[in-house]
Design a protein around this ligand. Structure first.
Ligand code: HEM
Length: 373
């Protein structure tokens, strides 16, 4: 079947080969009682374990319960397969404020992101006490899962914002072909992937001794909604587009190289003696060699939220990246990009999220965040 196992050492939905669709949601916790939060996480975990296996959210399902009560599943995924659904939870910095007595357990990596040059963040689509990433091959399945978790959370959490995404913009396994982002370029070529076991240990999973014990085996997620100025981009020459990324558009090879996966040699020069990959090219600035070896597992999605009322597509990249410590990974990479990337003329960061992603749920007796609560 196409069901992804729910139980494991790590949560599914991180190194799981990226599915085609996303529904991402951030919640504000409205209850102030820690027990109610723990109860909710247990109820959510049970529903998630069921839905990821293609089952209904609750035991009675959409039509099997008492007719005078609202059903314990909303029904729109009846008859649909699991569709590779993964549900991945994260805890935001604000969950560790005074409300639940969790301040002492706040992991250092959740300290917060600095302000980056050029960003224009909208608070109403940023942050969140909790997030859940639903990925699936079928959007109906991803939306059904988030809807049912929100329904179960009624009275204890409220939806702060949510984002639909399509067309994964990265590969997280060498078995996957590299997809393209809305600028038409292959995206996800140089990414941490499922098969890179040793690099995942060093760059993805929080290890014993990194800080908060409850987070061992987990990771950190940074989300950035990045609006693209699509119409301006579409009036830019191919040469300029390729110079901005430092890769060609057809094959996805670094400029001056033959193949997509050729290791990049940044010293190559053209006949004019100039570096083939410019100093302000995206791949040069984002490359580990420019960032003290920092790597990310990128797992973003394209979005088009219709148009903006001015005749422009409201489109871009919902960037998501997992890592062992955002302070030494996302932050320096994004600081380098925000300062110098020639791509900046065509994009704007409009939302931001930072979450500690707990380790996997071991079995039916365990639940999301048990070691924290
Ligand atoms: C590489 C697109 C934002 C980090 C790339 C590549 C493309 C691309 C086409 C080359 C193919 C590949 O290796 O995947 C974009 C677009 C963005 C964006 C369109 C915004 C709309 C970001 C952000 C970060 C980032 C915000 C992190 C702060 C990286 C990294 C690489 C990369 C680490 C690989 C560099 C290497 O090792 O060669 N991106 N990117 N990108 N990008 Fe981005």
């Amino acid at each position: 079947s196409d069901a992804v196992p729910f139980y494991g050492v790590h949560q599914a939905g991180i190194v799981t080969p990226a599915q085609d669709r996303l529904h991402f949601v951030a919640f504000d916790v409205t209850t102030t009682k820690r027990e109610e939060l723990a109860d909710l996480l247990q109820e959510w975990t049970a529903a998630a374990a069921r839905m990821t296996q293609g089952r209904e959210a609750g035991a009675f399902g959409a039509v099997g319960g008492a007719p005078e009560a609202p059903p314990d599943d909303t029904g729109e995924a009846l008859g649909l397969p699991a569709s590779g659904l993964t549900l991945t939870i994260g805890f935001g910095p604000t969950l560790f404020d005074d409300r639940f007595g969790l301040a002492a357990k706040k992991p250092a990596g959740l300290a917060g992101l600095p302000r980056f040059p050029g960003e224009a963040l909208l608070p109403e689509i940023s942050g969140g006490d909790l997030c859940i990433q639903a990925c699936a091959h079928d959007p109906q399945v991803a939306v059904h899962a988030i809807r049912n978790l929100a329904r179960i959370g009624f009275g204890r959490v409220s939806v702060r914002y949510s984002q639909l995404g399509f067309g994964r913009t990265s590969s997280t396994s060498r078995a996957q072909a590299t997809p393209r982002n809305l600028m038409g370029f292959k995206d996800g070529t140089a990414n941490l992937k499922l098969e890179d076991t040793a690099m995942l240990r060093d760059h993805l999973w929080v290890a014993d001794g990194d800080g908060a014990d409850w987070l061992t085996g987990g990771s950190y997620l940074v989300t950035r909604k990045i609006r693209m100025h699509i119409e301006t981009w579409d009036r830019t020459s191919l040469t300029e587009q390729e110079a901005i990324f430092g890769r060609n558009k057809g094959e996805g090879a670094a400029l001056g190289h033959q193949k997509e996966f050729d290791e990049i040699d940044f010293t190559r020069k053209g006949p004019d003696g100039m570096a083939l990959i410019a100093d302000d090219a995206h791949v040069r600035l984002a490359h580990p060699s420019n960032n003290k070896g920092a790597r990310l597992l990128r797992r973003g999605y394209n979005f088009v939220d219709g148009s903006d009322g001015l005749g422009r597509l409201d489109a871009g990249l919902f960037f998501m990246a997992y890592q062992r410590d955002p302070r030494t990974q996302f932050v320096p990479v994004q600081m380098a990009l925000a300062r110098q990337d020639s791509l900046n003329e065509y994009i704007k960061h409009v939302s931001s999220g930072l979450f500690a992603v707990p380790p996997g749920v071991r079995d039916a007796g365990d639940y999301w965040g048990r070691a924290l609560l």
